[in-house]
Design a protein around this ligand. Structure first.
Ligand code: NCD
Length: 306
């Protein structure tokens, strides 16, 4: 049975299958007709980093499909990791209780290490600044629902593009579709790394970079706002200096196309003025709701039931 570790692992066929299964989940939830396809299964959610949407929507997804959930939130402090247990030993142990394991961890590639230690499907719910594949897929599902297509789109990523695992998950999914272009708009110190820049060039992905929020807005079909990732900074001072660098304000709305959408993986700190929430282009709470349908589809996918 497959692990879900990175958005880079998916083919276009996989994506089509997952988006279509998410659509079925959305419709059947709305009709009160969800089949209990995971009846008797146990899903473990082990989170070594804070989470609201990801953990609670994975748990809701499991329960809606008839599974039961076991859970360790704040696992750095409350699981045997606190005593020094390795992720490999933890994964091997939990796999003897649960049928699938959802893991979030602050250190890049730790979830892959867990997956190497067991055949029980592991789902990466975010590993440091690396990957967050379920978020990438729910972002993709949102774009498809709101725009009716996944090609020939211009996406402006605004904010902390350096540390964003959600950006690194959405880009490869959109890059499998024709004609998409990406614009990274960030303070200079939070621009994409040279390594990632080279990776995009090698993969022939079309992108531009700028340090002025107003640059990327007029051409964008989706403006993807991002939080400055406080937990990735070494000192509070460093974070404080940059935290309010880019804020989307009501006066920016006139620069954004009428048919564009404004996205944010959430949580928002203050990078989108709350006055924007009532604009019909603000799609971030719809986006969070789509996470439930995608995570239902992903649980089915790892059991080969999608
Ligand atoms: C994102 C994450 O954890 O990477 N949140 C989420 O899962 N919706 C974005 C963030 O924390 O800024």
């Amino acid at each position: 049975m497959p692990h879900i570790l990175s958005a880079n692992q998916f083919t276009k066929d996989d994506i089509d299958k997952i988006l279509s299964s998410a659509h079925t989940m959305e419709t059947s939830l709305k009709n009160g007709a969800v089949k209990k396809l995971l009846d008797g299964k146990i899903i473990a959610c082990i989170f070594y980093e804070p989470s609201t949407r990801t953990r609670l929507s994975f748990e809701t997804a499991a329960i809606r499909l008839g599974a039961n959930v076991i859970s360790a939130e704040d696992a750095l402090g409350n699981s045997s990791a606190y005593k020094g247990e390795t992720i490999e030993d933890t994964a091997r142990t939990i796999s003897s209780y649960a049928d699938a394991i959802v893991i979030r961890h602050p250190i890049e590639h730790t979830v892959e290490a867990a997956a190497k230690a067991t055949d029980t499907p592991i789902i990466n719910a975010g590993d440091g600044a690396n990957q967050h594949p379920s978020q990438g897929l729910l972002d993709l599902y949102t774009i498809q629902k709101e725009h009716g297509r996944l090609d020939h789109l211009s996406i402006a990523f605004v904010g902390d593009v350096l540390h964003s695992r959600t950006l690194r998950s959405l880009i490869p999914l959109l890059a499998l579709h024709q004609g998409n272009t990406f614009h990274f708009i960030s303070p200079e110190s939070l621009a994409i790394s040279q390594e990632y820049r080279q990776e995009l060039i090698d993969k022939k992905i079309s992108f531009t970079e700028s340090h002025n929020i107003e640059d990327g807005l007029p051409s964008a079909d989706a403006v993807y706002m991002m939080r400055v990732q406080k937990e990735r900074f070494k000192t509070q001072e460093e974070y404080d200096r940059i935290k309010d660098a880019f804020i989307l304000k009501p006066e920016h709305l006139a620069l954004i196309k009428k048919e564009a959408i404004i996205m944010h993986p959430l949580p928002r700190v203050n990078e989108i003025d709350i006055a924007i929430d009532t604009d019909s282009r603000a799609s971030y709470f719809r986006q969070a709701q789509n996470g439930l349908y995608i995570r239902m589809a992903l649980l089915l996918y790892v059991f080969n039931l999608a």
